[in-house]
Design a binder for this molecule. Structure first.
Ligand code: FE2
Length: 269
């Protein structure tokens, strides 16, 4: 039973309609989010290579990465280059820092990500099609988050897609149309009935948001379980995740099915 639930090498693809309506005449687009890679801990390269291959096979318009590229120190940063180099998307590939990246060397990491065509959004924003803006805010507790700077460019009425590693950032954001994509928790990584994933994440990570969707007024938070592992060298009852979001016109948030519309899983050999 124990080994049946060990899904350290399993990747689940979860696909959702995004709870942000686009203008009537806008073209839809798809975003894939990957998170929490932890290069340097537990040799995650085969799983990460497979996840990137799967991501590209889904032909997303935009790819976003929500932090923890490395596990703990700057010597792990060179691993980033070979793993993430294949990532390409028509609207770009964007990244924010995780708390573990701040334990390494964020400027060096930024230089390597930039060299391979990945733009780091650190308290900054870029416009997207259909009047949306993509915003990146630094990690809540180990980074230097500056919400005011991050939101200085987007118009006040623009719907926002916010990338921020720690899910607790959602409570610091203004109540306006926002989809925030985060990671950090690994879905608790080891999911037991006791202590519960909620208790584990609250005790260790200071967050009540464990995995999946949370809705706070006009703000919608998605917590990605991530791909890598840290602390303990396995996952239990908690597979790695690729999250895919379809942004479409004329989809009212209250009419959306907030459950996954597709779920697939596979195991990396
Ligand atoms: Fe992480």
């Amino acid at each position: 039973m124990l080994f049946q639930q060990n899904n350290t090498n399993e990747i689940e693809i979860n696909r959702y309609p995004a709870p942000l309506p686009l203008a009537d005449d806008a073209s839809g687009f798809t975003i894939i989010q990957l998170s929490d890679f932890h290069l340097g801990f537990g040799r995650p390269e085969p799983l990460l290579n497979k996840a990137i291959e799967l991501t590209l096979s889904l032909n997303p318009d935009l790819i976003v990465l929500t932090g923890d590229y490395v596990d703990s120190h700057s010597q792990q940063i060179p691993l980033v280059k070979s793993v993430f180099s294949p990532l390409r998307a028509p609207l770009g590939v964007y990244a924010t820092y995780g708390n573990h990246d701040h334990r390494a060397d964020p400027p060096v990491l930024k230089r390597i990500l930039t060299d391979i065509g990945i733009q780091v959004l650190n308290n900054s924003a870029v416009p997207l099609p259909a009047g949306l803006w993509l915003v990146g805010i630094d990690d809540l507790y180990e980074g230097n988050p500056d919400i005011e700077a991050a939101l200085s460019e987007p118009p006040l009425d623009a719907p926002l897609i916010v990338l921020s590693h720690h899910p607790g950032m959602i409570r610091r954001l203004p109540d306006r149309p926002i989809v925030m994509l985060s990671g950090h928790t690994h879905g608790a990584q080891i999911r037991l009935s006791f202590p519960s994933p909620e208790l584990v994440c609250w005790y260790h990570l200071r967050t009540r948001y464990v995995s999946g969707w949370y809705h706070l007024g006009q703000r919608h938070l998605y917590v990605n379980r991530g791909l890598g592992i840290t602390g303990l060298p396995f996952r239990y009852n908690c597979p790695s995740e690729i999250a895919c979001f379809d942004f479409k016109p004329k989809e009212a948030p209250d009419r959306l099915d907030k459950k996954a519309i597709t779920e697939e899983s596979l195991t990396v050999d």
